[in-house]
Write a protein that binds this ligand. Structure first.
Ligand code: NDP
Length: 490
């Protein structure tokens, strides 16, 4: 079993202040695979003090942006050859099928680092604007200070990369708190950060439980908080940031709809929903778990979806053939199974799946891929984020009703439309209230575009140019001498 007794504080490996440890347990075997030092609130003080010092007295926030871009590119190059190892590590920690981990868990974070370095290279760090008083103004984008980044376990390193890369490029220092289920990938990443040779104080990685997250959020030395996770915790964090007037960005839950139009092909829809609704064992904030099908062709689409769900390969996530692995923890298995019970109680028709262990699987936190039909959008299974392999088919009469049902949700994160007519699909896409959308595909998650939600799905945007804007503070200067502004970093 792997053991790690140190914390990465301000760029150096330090002894933790307490002797608490986090055990990482394989969701497939239910056996421990590693133990790591758990941070305590006193370690938060040390990390924030180092981050503060680097901001207030260090060179990092005031470097030419080109030098920070160079540092992120060095990190990317150190990351590149480690992708296979990272994919395996994340699969072992949280149960993503290895076929999913290779790209989404391991390669995508590297693409995020790369994309942000490109965005920073053409970012208007300084611009001159004509003022209405007849005088030009110099508008600067400066470091946003000390960042607390709190991430969940579902796509752990991808989420760290989406916060760490723009924070570093903007000149911030950052303290990352990975989820207790998935500290190992962040600690491996810390080794790469150390190798990349960032100045002291810029990055800390503190595996720990919610108390570490809370200490970070409430710390007076932290300027902004970037959180990804449940809407319930997001609300608490937003309230704490409101009280202390910290800037906050929240990427929270979803209950997205896949709208199947009456001209769509059932086999294409089933193959698309397999990814859109069930990727990462259904543990994705963008999962499209409400499948809206036209009443006139209901049975055709339901049959295709049922055959797809029935045929999913469930089992050992390290097997390349596996499509659905175990959920991250027993509490998630229990939670998802209780939603399946709720669905039956509320009158939805169980077509495939259920609450028993999938056949051929002994131990492990598995849930049978499950499909409900005759779901009413008012049912709990249609309103709440389940975060497991459970799909609900909801019939509708016409396109107007489909759009109304899609929008009748507390959330607004993603969605898709499936149709033989792209223009008709785009017309639907324009009317769904969500932060992202795909036409005949799940939303692509391209790091060049802003990502985030409306309504209870969050506040703010990550990725794209907007994702870098989230880590800068603006400064307007009047009366500046006419010198060439540093428009671009390169
Ligand atoms: P949480 O939102 O509880 O946890 C996410 C992260 O926040 C973890 O690192 C957690 O640490 C930390 N945290 C918890 N409480 C606080 C706090 N008060 N202040 C600061 N940080 C805190 O997610 P769960 O893992 O409990 O999952 C529960 C449900 O949330 C899922 O079933 C799913 O519906 C949803 N979820 C949505 C995600 C998304 O991407 N939209 C991602 C993950 C979950 P700790 O675990 O130690 O409490």
């Amino acid at each position: 079993m792997n053991e790690s007794r140190r914390l990465f504080i301000g760029g150096a490996w330090e002894a933790p202040s307490g002797d608490e440890r986090l055990e990482v347990i394989s969701p497939h075997t239910e056996k421990p695979i590693a133990a790591v030092a758990a941070a305590a609130p006193a370690d938060v003080d040390r990390a924030v003090a180092a981050a503060r010092l680097a901001q207030d007295e260090g060179a990092w926030p005031r470097l030419d942006p080109a030098e920070r871009i160079e540092a992120v590119r060095r990190l990317t190059e150190l990351y590149r050859p480690r992708r296979r190892e990272i994919a395996q590590l994340i699969t072992s920690e949280m149960g993503s099928p290895i076929s999913f981990s290779k790209f989404s868990q391991a390669t995508l974070p590297m693409m995020v680092l790369d994309a942000f370095a490109d965005i920073a290279a053409s970012f208007p760090w300084e611009e001159v604007r004509p003022g209405v008083f007849g005088q030009d103004l110099l508008v600067r984008r400066e470091s946003g200070g000390v960042v607390a980044a709190i991430v969940p376990w579902n796509v752990p390193l991808y989420l760290v990369a989406g916060k760490l890369a723009p924070a570093l490029l903007a000149g911030c220092s950052i303290v990352v708190k990975p989820a207790p289920e998935t500290p190992l990938d962040s600690l491996l990443f810390a080794e790469l950060i150390e190798e990349a040779g960032l100045p002291p104080g810029i990055v800390s990685i503190l595996p720990g439980d919610g108390s570490v997250g809370e200490a970070l959020v409430n710390h007076p030395g932290v300027d902004r908080v970037s959180f990804t996770g449940s809407t319930a915790v997001g609300r608490r964090i937003a309230a704490a940031c409101g009280a202390s007037l910290k800037k906050v960005s929240l990427e929270l839950g979803g209950k997205s709809a896949a709208i199947v139009l009456d001209d769509a092909d059932p086999a294409t829809v089933a193959a698309g929903v397999k990814v859109a609704g069930l990727m990462n064992n259904g543990q994705a904030c963008v999962a499209q778990t409400r499948i809206l099908v036209p009443a006139a062709r209901h049975d055709e689409f339901l049959d295709a979806l049922a055959a797809m769900v029935e045929g999913l390969v469930v089992g050992d996530p390290e097997d390349p053939a596996t499509e659905i692995g175990p959920l991250v923890a027993r509490r998630q298995q229990d939670r998802v199974r209780s939603y399946i019970e709720d669905g039956g109680r509320e009158g939805a028709r169980l077509v495939v799946g259920g609450t028993d262990q999938p056949s051929g699987v002994g131990c492990g936190w598995y849930v049978r891929p499950t499909l409900f039909a005759d779901v009413d959008n008012r049912m709990k299974i249609a309103r709440e984020e389940i975060f497991g392999p459970v799909l609900s088919v909801i019939p509708y009469r016409d396109d107007e009703e489909a759009i109304r049902i899609a929008n009748d949700s507390d959330y607004g994160l993603s969605g898709s439309v499936w149709t033989a007519d792209g223009a008709r699909g785009l017309a639907v896409a324009r009317r769904v209230r969500s932060g992202s959308f795909g036409i005949n595909q799940p939303y692509s998650m391209d790091p060049a575009a802003p990502f985030g939600g409306v309504k209870a799905s969050g506040i703010g945007r990550e990725l794209g140019r907007e994702g870098l804007e989230a880590y800068v503070d603006y400064k307007a200067i009047s009366g500046a001498p006419r010198t060439e502004p540093a428009h671009h970093a390169d």
